[in-house]
Structure formats: C-alpha cells, structure tokens
Write a protein that binds this ligand. Sequence first.
Ligand code: GLC
Length: 614
Amino acid sequence: MFKIATIHKFLFLIFGVVLFSCNSTEPVIKQESVHGKSVETIVEMMTLSEKVGQMTQAGRNYLVDEADIKNLFLGSLLSGGGSAPGTNEPNSWADMLDRYQGFATETRLGIPLIYGIDAIHGHNNVVGATIFPHNIGLGATGNPDLAKEIARITAKEVRATGINWTFDPCVANSRDERWGRAYESYGEDPALISALGRAQVEGYQGTSLSSPEAIAACTKHFIGDGAPTWGTGSGGKIDRGDAQISEAELRGLHLPPYRAAIQAGTATIMASYNSWNSLKLHGHKYLMTDLLKGELGFEGFIVSDWAAIDELPGNYKSDIIESINAGVDMVMVPGNTSNGGTGYREFITKLKQAVNEGSIEISRIDDAVTRILNVKKQMGLLDSLYSNDRSLIASIGSPEHRSVARQAVRESVVMLKNEDVLPLSKELSTLVVAGRGADDVGMQCGGWSIAWQGGMGDITPGTTVLEGIQETVSPATQVVHSPDGLAASSGDAVIVVVGEEPYAEGHGDRDDLVLSSEDIAVLNRVKDSGKPMVVVLLSGRPIIVTDELENADAFLAAWLPGTEGNGITDVIFGDYTPTGKLSVTWPTDMSQIPINVGDVNYTPLFSVGYGLTY
Ligand code: GLC
C-alpha cells in the first residue's frame, strides 16, 4: 500500500511539473521535503494552517473525510479505547495506518503523523496481542526490569501495526480505592511509581526513538489524577474530580514520577482531567508551564486528554485559548464535544481565529509546534520516508511474549492467606474449579481490553485459570468445572475464582467494594461442602473480603492478570513460589476508605508490603 503511495507521489510530482509548465491556473502544491532540515528551519517554512494542523489530534473514527488529514495538515490521529479498523487483526491495523500516513505525506511538507493509542497493558486494543497485568499487578511485582521488558515487548507489537505512540505509562498515585482507575496506578508509594514509570518509558522508547521497534511514551495524567476527593468527580463519583490537597502534598506524592519520567526522556506528557483546588489542570499555567516545562525542564510536548479542554469553564473558543496559553501543545479533539464543539474542523478554525485576533501569541504556537516537531525529529519521522515494517507482525501474541506475560502474572500474585493448603498437589484425584472467573479471559483482562470498557468472556486468545489448571495437573486428575460450585463436594479440593467485571475510568467508580451476591453465594456453597477452598480474586483494587477470608483456606489476590492466567496456576501448584507484595493498602471495611500508608490511624486488614510465601 505504501509503495503505491511513493509511486503516486512521484507521478504527482512529474504530473505537477508538467501541469505547472503548461501555465495551469491551479498552482500545484510544490512538495518541499523537510528531510535533513532543522526543526527551526521547518517552523519558519510553515504557514499558520500547517502549524495549527500539527497541534491537532483528531479521533480517527470522527474523521469527516480521511482527506482532511492532508487538507487540514493534521499532525496526529488517535484510536480511543476500542477504536479499531473494521476487521480487528494486525494487518488491517497496518493497512489503516499506511492509508492515513499516505494522506499525511502528500502535504506540501510531507510530515508524517504521530499516531496515539492506549497500549497500557500490552497492545490491548488488538485481538491476538499479548495482554499483561494492569499496573496494580506490576506494582505487586515491585520489579522495574520486568516492567521495562513488558514495555519493550508492547512497543514491538504496537509498531508492528504501524502505530508509533502510546498513552502510557500512567503514573497516578491512587489515594482512594473507590476510583475506577485504581488499577492503572502502580500503588501508593511515589518511589515505586517513579521506578516503574521510568522503567516503562525506557522500555517503550528504547535507546533511540528512531528505532523501528520504539514508540513514543506519554506519561500521564499530569498532575494529581489519583488525588481527588470522593463526590467531586466530573467523570464519575470521583473520576476527574478535585484534588483538594496542599502544594506540599502534590509535590510530595504526585510529582516525583514526572521527574523520573522526564529524566528517562519521556517524549510526551498528558494533561489530566482533574482539578487542583478547584482549578482544572487543562487551564493551569502554573502547573503545566511554570512547574512542568520551567522548573522540571520538560522539553517534549503536552497533549490534552480526550475532549478535556471542553470541561474548562466558558465556551469552546475560550477553552482553546485558555488551554493553549496554559501550556497544552497538542489537543485531542474527538467528534462532537460536550459543550457543542463539532470536532477538529471547528477546533482548527477557532484556533486560527484566536491567533489572528491576538488571543494566542504566535510565539506560543511556534513553541508548541517546535516541541511536537522535535519529538517527530527524534522519532525519525522528519528525515526519512515513513515506512511500516510488517515483519514485526509475527511477534504479536508470540509464545515468547506470552511467556514474559506469564512471568509477570506469577510475580504479581499476592498470597493473603494460606492455611497449609497451598501449594496444591498435581496428583489430586478430583479438583473442582468454581466461580464465574474460572474460565473467562475478559474478566482476567479488565478494562482497556479490546473494548474501552473491556468485556466478559472470550474476548481474545489467552489462557484462563481453568485452562491453566487443566494443563498443569496430572492426566489422572479429574478436573470438574462447576461455575456455581454445586459439584464442590465431589472434589478433594476446590478452587473458586471470583471478582470484578471489567470497567474503565468513571464507570468503575464504586462506593461498595464488595463481591457480587453471585460470587458470595458460590463461596458459601463451597464452604458448606467442607472441602479445602482456594479463593482467587480477580479485581482492579482491594475488595472488602474480610468475611470471605475467614472462610477460605487460602486466598490469592491476582488483580487483573491479562491473557496468561496460567501464571496464577503456577503459584497454586508450586511451580512458582509467591513473591508478590501489596503496593496498595487493603482496607478492613468501607469506613476506612480512603486509607494510605502515612495516615494517622493506619489499621488496615493488610498494609502495603504484605504478602505471604511458601
Ligand atoms: C481517556 C483517558 C486517557 C486516554 C485518552 C485516550 O479519556 O483519560 O487515559 O489516554 O482518553 O483514549
């Protein structure tokens, strides 16, 4: 597809010269290559329309006409959660990217797109990709080297589809377990978050952003996304809420991971939806410009969150003026927006108006475009023709990649209780496997998996806990799958897999972190059988299981492990001795929430750092 674009461009040039020499009335856009030119020179060459285009990131599924990429000089597109081509398989993704880049490189300057996607626990939008544990599980591993390797693998699978930018790592310090994004946080300790966030920036970007297996990172969400007070949310009860904390707490708990990510060279940073003491981050010049770009010396570019500028007070035009002047360099513009914005076409029109009327200085525009083009320069996008190495497609979901994911699952499992029942023998006569999570890859993966909100069931190739058990026990062992637990009494032991159904962002804000009545019924039924009971909890955060723990003989917190559920069974049968340690505090009951290390009355069920071993 791309080769056609090259020939097309060559013919376009020939045709254009012939046409021009025939005294045509239509001036042909003369392509001026930017190859080998400095960013400063390129910015000087650019028209206002070309500059504003580079600052615009349109949602791909909101493109009114794909030719807008060329005609409006768009600098970036994104796939929001679940925004996939018609057929969700790697070659279709690569075809789509080649098509989009074909339009971008037909412009006068031929500057390729930087294309963003939420590859936050693997290339999780793509069916067949390796899906790793969510961040709360990586926090339990406490292993930066593993986190870096996961990012490196993810980058390879992302590049295989032609995409070159991920909106990750999320370095939120989640202070309230009720937040629907708690699982996107590595934990409560800023030092751990900094170490894992740095490692993943390094893994995504490699030693050179121009490497064919590197992608640009996007450390997010700056700043205080995990700090809001319950009940102040605009995206849910707490999501996108107001962080009502001192500057000392903001700097102490939430800023260190950005220092670490900047030291690691993060190419981009995403601004956060939340407010700090009632002022929205997307309009906060002190935090985005004075602190992040000034004091911390961040030289990459700041991208807004999804239609986040619309949540600023005022109309869409004033939102644009306020956010750009505050320090946003690229605006993520999906389709019709909450306050009547009609998307990227309107954004571009109003941004140019703002510049022409003097509401935004051209120096601010030039600074934003310089930052964006500096990143594209580091990525090699300005000095060579866009290419998409499809040979990497074979690596997507490969056994080697899944083996690393399985190791990550092993190291993420936290054993909360074990009354001498684990490890289980592989030679049991009969093993009953119960619970709605026993055979469900979708429940293992959680949100941001194939679809934005994730989904229960067989959403993508992987190994369920049940399949992990079946491939581990001896041929003589009878494995009985009994989701409702009614067959419990037939077993020598029972493994029960329960937990949370998938969710993302504000949709996961909950003030009742308890198991479903269905899960509790199964647990009680198995308890009544009198058989040894091993509970596996699939959840994006600590759940109130104080009573259930009493009834269990062993209890494993497996978080949201992703596609490789056999990492859990490796722990159950002793092929891996549990090493996972809590990176978040585990409350006794809802009245304790929020509860974090450092609180005056810190009497949780389990503290940060807790985890049993054999
Ligand atoms: C979402 C999230 C952000 C994500 C972006 C693009 O609303 O807040 O984490 O990167 O939009 O999908």
